[in-house]
Design a binder for this molecule. Structure first.
Ligand code: ZN
Length: 154
């Protein structure tokens, strides 16, 4: 297992330096403002979301600038009964770059610890299930299953 890729952010670190004024502003607007009269940096916008304990969806690029543990967040796990995704993929509009995360390598949802604990009674089990789902999805297991079914037919 490799550790997370460390990339130095060109902005200041996400989740730091939010002000009450910025939090108040975020109530007025459904999303981060990027017009010339009301620009809000991705970092301060994400800080607001952290302060408001909202679900944060980040694309594959922006999530490298966000430290969930430091902000009291953890990766959201939403079980996918269809088995198409691991359950860790959450797509939507990226809180950092405002692009659709599906177009930027797939999105990851981050949820506050408190919410997570309310939603998921046993995160260890959830992790175990996620691993099992991931295994079931892997190409190797597909090959193995194909071989096994061939063997059964003989
Ligand atoms: Zn992004």
């Amino acid at each position: 297992m490799n550790g997370p890729i460390v990339i130095v952010s060109k902005y200041h670190r996400l989740g730091e330096g939010f002000s009450k004024k910025e939090i108040a502003k975020s109530f007025e607007h459904p999303g981060r403002r990027t017009n010339p009269h009301g620009y809000q940096s991705p970092a301060s916008w994400i800080s607001d979301l952290v302060a408001l304990k909202k679900l944060i969806i980040l694309c594959s690029i922006c999530r490298q600038h966000f430290n969930p543990r430091k902000n009291g967040y953890r990766r959201a796990y939403i079980p996918d009964s269809s088995g198409k995704t691991s359950g860790f993929e959450v797509n939507g509009k990226c809180a950092g770059c405002k692009q659709e995360t599906a177009d930027v390598g797939g999105g990851t949802g981050f949820t506050p610890e408190e919410t997570y604990n309310l939603l998921y009674v046993d995160p260890v089990q959830a992790r175990r299930d996620a691993r099992a789902t991931w295994k079931a999805q892997s190409v190797w297991s597909v090959i193995q299953r194909a071989r096994q079914s061939k063997g059964e037919r003989k």
